[in-house]
Design a protein around this ligand. Structure first.
Ligand code: NCD
Length: 305
């Protein structure tokens, strides 16, 4: 089945195709208003979400389709003890595409294996978040005109931040990219995610100020409170990095400042006015990329049957 669990399920050619489609959707939305007529997207969200769920639903509705689903495990039969596998088997009979978010790392693999329709991982624990990466790639591409030859700073919670794991896996497959990973020692990028960086140059640093000057992209992230086992450790680390206008003094004029959102304190509101701030655009691009992804997966399914 055509599924997106890990961003590497898509080849670079697939990603480029999805970006081109998303750009066409952005420029000619009317052309696509009936593309998914009579199709149904099911959103199974066991974990909180604002952007990912609503942009996925808005994407399907903008393609002329409909949406069913639940928001919060408490509203599903998980509370009665139903497994993910059983839920997904059942929902496969009700929907043409399934998007699922779950708090457990790897839950998406179980679900994808059971799904009889295209399946989208909308975030599994502290593991991966491939559709956020699609939004991120379109944002970088439309801002800087390329996805290669970039110096990308990724700052904050690289241990639990699933968006960073998928982003590194995607950008490492484009030529001449290098990463500057900025985090406290406790929240460094885990080995499984580092392996995805392949042969790309990686520098690890604890200082945002010392790293910022020659970056093309700065990707800030939230410290993932819900994944900490110690509240005390979260309190100690939560404000490790706060991007404020003074810290941007030496940054490039075309720096692309990103954040998957929600933000807590990582970017001060004063930065929102800076023309280099791309994080609200990034949320809109997430919708276009999810529209393009739904069309891509349905097309792949058709080709395979
Ligand atoms: C991210 C997530 O859920 O992993 N949010 C999102 O989907 N845009 C980032 C986060 O929660 O910090």
């Amino acid at each position: 089945m055509a599924c997106l669990v890990d961003i590497t399920d898509l080849s670079v050619e697939d990603i480029d195709k999805i970006i081109a489609l998303a750009e066409d959707i952005r420029n000619n939305p009317i052309k696509y208003v009936e593309s998914c007529k009579h199709k149904i997207l099911a959103t199974l969200f066991y974990e909180p979400s604002t952007r990912t769920r609503l942009s996925s639903e808005s994407a399907m509705i903008s393609l002329g389709g409909s949406v069913i689903g639940f928001s919060g495990a408490g509203a599903s039969s998980a509370t009665k003890g139903e497994t993910i596998a059983d839920t997904v088997s059942v929902v496969s009979g009700y929907a043409d595409v399934i998007a699922m978010r779950h708090n457990l790392d790897g839950a998406a693999y179980v679900a994808a294996a059971k799904s009889k329709v295209p399946f989208i991982n909308a975030g599994d624990g502290g593991h991966f978040h491939p559709t956020q990466t699609l939004a991120d790639l379109l944002t970088i591409h439309s801002r800087l005109g390329r996805l290669n030859g970039l110096k990308i700073g990724i700052c904050g919670d690289l241990k639990y931040g699933r968006t960073t794991h998928s982003l590194i896996a995607a950008l490492s497959r484009y030529a001449d990219n290098e990463f500057v990973l900025i985090s406290p020692p406790e929240l460094r990028l885990p080995d499984f995610a580092k392996k995805h960086a392949g042969n790309c140059a990686i520098t690890e640093s604890e200082s945002l100020e010392n790293s910022i000057a020659d970056l093309n992209v700065l990707y800030m992230t939230r410290i993932q409170k819900e994944r900490f086992t110690s509240e005390e450790e979260y309190e100690r680390l939560k404000d490790s990095y706060i991007l404020s206008p003074d810290k941007l003094r030496d940054a490039k004029n075309d720096l692309c400042i990103m954040h998957p959102l929600p933000r807590v304190n990582e970017i001060s509101v004063a930065v929102d006015k800076d023309p280099r701030a791309c994080y609200f655009k990034q949320t809109l691009y997430g919708k276009y990329m999810r529209m393009a992804l739904i069309l891509f997966l349905l097309d792949e399914k058709q080709k395979r049957t």
